[in-house]
Design a protein around this ligand. Structure first.
Ligand code: ZN
Length: 512
């Protein structure tokens, strides 16, 4: 009884956060631009109410009562985990002084606006004072949360609990050492043909095909929908309403095509959470104050990448679905066979922009951003020296000269909104996707034959059992150990990339 009373209270917190998310979805898809300011206030009101409810004496009273009544349950029971996570979140939020929290929220808005203007005008120096404030606040938040070895560890704990400067150094070191020779070998080879991806692809057909493939993966449209936006995202208001968005580029087919498959992967995770966890702490990121069923940003990204890349960019997928794509674009693709199409959507080419990067070079963008964040937070890098450091990093691995800060250090929105510590989740997602996918096809011999027949149910079922249904009950590494027998391991990802590009670019033996 006392546990269900506790859940009632937490349902309120989740409802407020879900409502804030719904307003945010609306702001990013449908809202007329005139409402920007008032919508910001509306979302802030809901967020404040959610926080006040979580930190209230009433929540604490119900929490303590529920803790007493569930003492005899297993440590990893859903009940005990929900209570433990709630206690952790309350204690964490209480460590952040109210004045600092208020400043954190207030700076976010002005800093984002300053960044957008500085980016448009290519004036880093105008954004620098705001970024200094953001970094300074992030450092104070890190100190308030607490850490053992490095202040950046405290920030990582908000997005990717368990990761630290030390663990990321090791992971990134191994990836860089293994992937750089692949990139260098590709750069010696003639580029694969891809010009036809820039032909004229009308939006409606792009939408129809993308949505059809999302449904083929198992995205349930009775509990979802697809809309258009500027920066694509997936968002959920419980598992019963999980929405995806995309952006159409009429002269570049892959943007929306793979973007839709990516967001559909995120959506499968949210739609697959155990219905019993709806409106509970096991479908709420309470430290981050966000209504989400996935356990970490990296775990979430593993699902988008798995469906986008391991399935959506595979030869088996296109052997089956290329005729349908051609039926949508008979003129544009009339002279292109499936092998040429498959090679084109997998080509590798270092570029300046992270969100446009291919599978192989993407992680290089992430590695140097993460190292820059770490150095900003511990003070070894000053904001004023940031463009110079950025440009040197891009030169080092990608071999490119950055012509201006617009195409360099000003390209991402993350830092302007105070999101420091999230970039690593993209690479963690890539690594985790390969580890899960390799295990799935190894332990269940029905999965691969089914995939080659266009039956995605066995793979989805395995992921459902191992990952989706658990919501936030188990940590990311607990899920990995249960499903693959070990914690995060870069080797399957390295094996996947090396194998894929050796074949696509006909690479010989790689020199380390
Ligand atoms: Zn994603």
């Amino acid at each position: 009884m006392s546990y269900s009373e506790f859940l009632g209270q937490m349902g309120t917190v989740n409802d407020l956060l879900s409502s804030a998310s719904l307003l945010s979805w609306d702001a990013r898809t449908m809202m007329p631009s005139g409402a920007v300011e008032v919508r910001g206030q509306q979302i802030a009101t809901l967020m404040t109410l959610a926080r006040t409810t979580l930190l209230s004496d009433e929540t604490l009273r119900l929490l303590e009562k529920a803790e007493r009544s569930t003492r005899d349950l297993a440590e990893d029971s859903a009940e005990r985990r929900a209570l433990e996570q709630t206690r952790y979140a309350i204690e964490m939020h209480k460590r952040i002084p109210a004045a600092l929290q208020a400043e954190r929220v207030a700076v976010r808005e002005v800093s984002r606006a300053a960044w957008a203007k500085a980016r448009a005008e290519d004036r880093f120096e105008d954004f620098a004072p705001y970024l200094e404030k953001v970094v300074n606040i992030a450092r104070q938040v890190a100190d308030a949360i607490g850490y053992e070895a490095h202040p950046y560890d405290a920030l990582l704990s908000l997005f990717e609990p368990g990761e630290t400067v030390v663990s990321l150094n090791k992971l990134f070191g191994r990836l860089r050492e293994a992937m750089l020779p692949v990139l260098r070998a590709i750069q010696q080879k003639p580029q694969l043909r891809w010009d036809f991806l820039e032909r004229d692809y009308p939006e409606q057909q792009q939408r129809d095909f993308g949505l059809q493939m999302a449904e083929v993966f198992g995205y349930d449209l009775r509990r979802g929908r697809l809309d258009t936006t500027i920066h694509p995202f997936e968002i959920s208001f419980t598992r019963e309403d999980v929405r995806i968005t995309t952006r159409y580029k009429r002269n570049y087919l892959p943007a929306s095509l793979f973007g839709t498959l990516h967001e559909a992967g995120h959506a499968l995770y949210e739609q697959g959470v155990d219905p019993a966890y709806t409106r509970t702490p096991l479908a709420t990121d309470m430290p981050g104050m966000y209504a989400v069923g996935g356990v970490s940003y990296g775990a979430h990204e593993s699902q988008s990448r798995l469906w986008e890349n391991h399935i959506g960019r595979s030869k088996a997928f296109w052997d089956l679905h290329y005729p349908a794509l051609k039926a949508h674009f008979p003129d544009q693709l009339s002279d292109i066979d499936v092998s040429a199409f498959h090679r084109a959507v997998n080509r590798v080419e270092p570029g300046l922009i992270r969100v446009e990067a291919d599978e192989l070079t993407y992680d290089f963008h992430i590695i140097f951003r993460t190292e820059i964040e770490r150095d900003l937070i511990d003070g070894s890098l000053k904001v004023k020296d940031l463009p110079e450091r950025w440009n040197a990093e891009v030169k080092k691995d990608l071999g490119l000269d950055v012509p201006n800060n617009r195409l360099g250090v000003l390209q991402d929105t993350h830092w302007s909104t105070g999101q420091i510590g999230t970039f690593c989740n993209y690479t963690i997602g890539n690594v985790m996707a390969a580890q899960l996918y390799k295990t799935a096809v190894t332990v269940d011999s029905n999965i691969e034959p089914a995939l080659s027949e266009g039956n995605y149910a066995p793979l989805r079922h395995w992921l459902q059992q191992e990952i989706y249904q658990h919501g936030r009950r188990f940590s990311r590494d607990e899920l990995l150990v249960k499903s693959t027998g070990r914690t995060l391991d870069p080797e399957p990802y390295i094996e996947y990339l090396t194998g894929k590009y050796t074949s696509l670019y006909e690479l010989g033996a790689l020199k380390p």
